[in-house]
Design a protein around this ligand. Structure first.
Ligand SMILES: C[S@@+](CC[C@H](N)C(=O)[O-])C[C@H]1O[C@@H](n2cnc3c(N)ncnc32)[C@H](O)[C@@H]1O
Ligand SMILES: [Zn+2]
Ligand SMILES: [Zn+2]
Length: 440
């Protein structure tokens, strides 16, 4: 798929993009006062939360012009704690050069907020965008099962971030079926599904095929989804559990080459007293390594792109997304393996934990609704062929939005200020797509 990475200040680059030309925006702006990405004109190092929020409002106003009227915008934001005394100077608190590049310079931040207070940046930004005309449609919690360890003892360890879903209009494209969650075991009975606390890893229980679906259509997938295996889907919920993943690639700024996986492992490492100290690039350089420390896990943004853009594409003429046509079947839960059993019997079967069923004894199973896709239809009258939908990320970083868009057959435009990151993103997407890459 065509993936474009444009290098420069997103505030300038956005102006070059046509009105209503993208279907969906997925982005993670630099967090307030957290990192120095080592380039002038970077966003995130404003002197106060108010200045940061104002910058976000200005920027997203331009994004709004570029987004189609039926588009969605997904913004991932993290929070930070006020610490006016510590913020500033050249040491940048505990965020040392290892994180921020060789010459971190940090101007003093003045929040006027009591030290140690959570600033509430995500909500400040969300309210400001709402005031600026965006529809704030959803707050999604990114639950991290592997949060950064914290040494604090006077509060809990922070293990979540926000993703806000904003829209331009009250009616917009949202393919909810594409991101349905699989439910095994009858959510209609309020027993733990794949996202319950008993099973936080979001891996659906293995599909178990039992006696072929009684009284249902003899279609393989349909049957698998509706047979006694109790595999059904439900609307995705707002807490998304996704492990954050370390970024494993490294970029040599000297020869502008990105290394990952086996290519990275093959590079020679200089040791001092038997301890690895420096990696040697193919070009011979040991000093120009650039890593990116704030990348999305691909799994986190996959649902945003799947729901925000049509899998079938959009009209090549006017860009209107094709729409999924679905067929809903309702069947009586008496086909289900759990139907007619008491909660105790179900618990005894070892499938569900007894605690979760407490108080549910004797609950009747409700109907099971299954949604099947039967086709796609254009939503305009142009009668033109379909082309891939487009995703925009104004803070492209190491290119994860481009990577996931490409894997899902969407095209993408990424904007990134830091020339090293922009080139890293291009090579990362190209390396992932191998032969089929159309990265520019
Ligand atoms: C949180 S990172 C985004 C990472 C990205 N989501 C990924 O998965 O690779 C934010 C990025 O915004 C970039 N950035 C900061 N100010 C910018 C600006 N004015 N224009 C464009 N990019 C900017 C930084 O260099 C950094 O790479
Ligand atoms: Zn090199
Ligand atoms: Zn059209």
């Amino acid at each position: 798929m065509p993936i474009k990475v444009l290098q420069g200040d997103c505030r300038d680059l956005l102006k070059t993009l046509p009105d209503r030309s993208v279907h969906c925006v997925v982005t993670s702006p630099p967090y307030f006062g957290l990192r120095d990405y080592g380039v002038e004109a970077q966003i995130g190092l404003e002197a106060s939360p108010a200045a940061y929020v104002a910058e976000m409002v200005r920027l997203f106003r331009e994004v709004q012009r570029v987004l189609r009227d039926d588009g969605t915008m997904w913004v991932n934001l993290g929070d930070s704690y006020a610490n006016d005394d510590k913020w500033g100077g050249t040491t940048g608190g505990k965020h040392v050069s290892g994180l921020h590049g060789l010459n971190p310079t940090r101007e003093r931040r003045t929040t006027g907020i009591t030290a140690k207070s959570l600033i509430g940046i995500p909500w400040r930004v969300a309210f400001a965008l709402q005031d600026d005309g965006w529809t704030l449609r959803q707050e999604i919690i990114w639950n991290k099962p592997n949060p950064m360890p914290e040494s604090v003892e006077d509060r809990c360890t922070k293990s979540h971030e926000h993703i806000f879903l904003f829209t331009k209009s009250s009616r917009y494209f949202f393919d909810n079926v594409a991101i349905h969650e699989q439910v095994t075991g009858g959510s209609h009975m309020r027993v733990p599904g794949p996202n319950s606390l008993e099973n936080v890893d979001r891996v659906p229980r293995a599909r178990k095929r039992s006696k072929a679906g009684i009284g249902v259509k003899a279609n393989e997938s349909f049957e698998a989804a509706t047979s006694g295996a109790l595999v059904e889907t439900r609307n995705r919920r707002t807490v998304w559990t996704v492990a954050s993943q370390p970024f494993t690639g490294e970029f040599c700024g000297s020869c502008q080459t990105f290394f990952e996986g086996a290519d990275l492992a093959r590079l020679r490492v200089i040791k001092a007293d038997g301890v690895p100290t420096r990696r040697v690039c193919k070009c011979g350089d040991t000093e120009g390594w650039v890593a990116h420390f704030a990348v999305f896990p691909p799994d986190l943004i996959e649902p945003c792109i799947k729901a925000g853009t049509s899998e079938r594409g959009c009209c090549a003429n006017c860009g209107s997304p094709w729409e999924r046509m679905t067929f809903k079947t309702k069947r009586n839960a008496s086909n289900s393996a759990l139907a007619g059993r008491t909660a105790e019997e179900i618990a005894d079967s070892g499938k569900w934990s007894g605690d979760a069923l407490e108080g549910n004894a004797g609950l009747k199973a409700g109907p099971i609704i299954t949604t099947e896709t039967i086709g796609w239809k254009p939503t305009c009258a142009c009668a033109a062929p379909a082309r891939p939908c487009t995703v925009l990320d104004p803070f492209g970083g190491a290119g994860t939005t481009g990577l996931v868009a490409d894997r899902l057959g969407r095209s993408a435009v990424l904007l990134e200020l830091n020339p090293n990151y922009a080139e890293m993103a291009r090579q990362r997407v190209r390396g992932d797509a191998r032969l089929f890459a159309e990265v520019s």
